[in-house]
Design a protein around this ligand. Structure first.
Ligand code: GDP
Ligand code: MG
Length: 181
């Protein structure tokens, strides 16, 4: 007997300021490794992750790494096109990268929406949580409120270095995407 089979392919964006750990998060999630050697991404790069979501559902995630243009604080419509969800990343040790989060969210929402007109699901990642939590401490319990106000479906403290919460954050995003289809 054949098990009913559902397959989904989702383009996911990983955006946020330079150096917050976008490439490291993708590497950790897809290739299970981490390098402290810094290399700015040049050119469009994407990686594929396959999730066996449940016995009858396979989810393929195409993770789009930003291509160096994050210096300008926005991306082109072409880059965002047909994405089903996004991670917006900031670095908990650098407050300015948190301030940039709303700018990234506005840029995304102004250039991309789902075929049904709704905004795409976005999860906020407070990365480098292995390094201290200055930014989060200053915001305290207000992170939940911040997410509600700015339309994030959730937020996670992550570390690409220590492999903290990356799988969880991805499951949260995929769950919301599946529910929004
Ligand atoms: P991107 O510009 O957003 O793609 O950032 P990268 O992934 O290139 O990371 C920038 C720097 O931060 C690199 O030196 C990484 O090794 C470092 N980094 C990334 N994630 C973490 C993390 O979770 N913890 C720590 N301690 N360093 C990180
Ligand atoms: Mg990068």
């Amino acid at each position: 007997m054949q098990v009913p089979h559902k397959e989904h392919l989702y383009k996911l964006l990983v955006i946020g300021d330079l150096g917050v750990g976008k490439t490291s998060i993708i590497k950790r999630y897809v290739h299970q490794n981490f390098s402290s050697h810094y290399r700015a991404t040049i050119g469009v790069d994407f990686a594929l992750k396959v999730l066996h979501w449940d016995p009858e559902t396979v989810v393929r995630l195409q993770l789009w790494d930003i291509a160096g243009q994050e210096r300008f604080g926005n991306m082109t419509r072409v880059y965002y096109r047909e994405a089903m969800g996004a991670f917006i990343v900031f670095d908990v040790t650098r407050p300015a990268t948190f301030e940039a989060v709303t700018k990234w969210k506005n840029d995304l929402d102004s250039k991309l929406s789902l075929p049904n007109g709704k905004p795409v699901s976005v999860v906020l990642l407070a990365n480098k949580c292995d390094q201290g939590k200055d930014v989060l401490m200053n915001n305290g319990l207000k992170m939940d409120q911040f997410c509600k106000e700015h339309g994030f479906v959730g937020w996670f403290e992550t570390s690409a270095k220590e492999n903290i919460n990356i799988d969880e954050a991805s499951r949260c995003l995929v769950k919301h995407i599946l529910a929004s289809e």
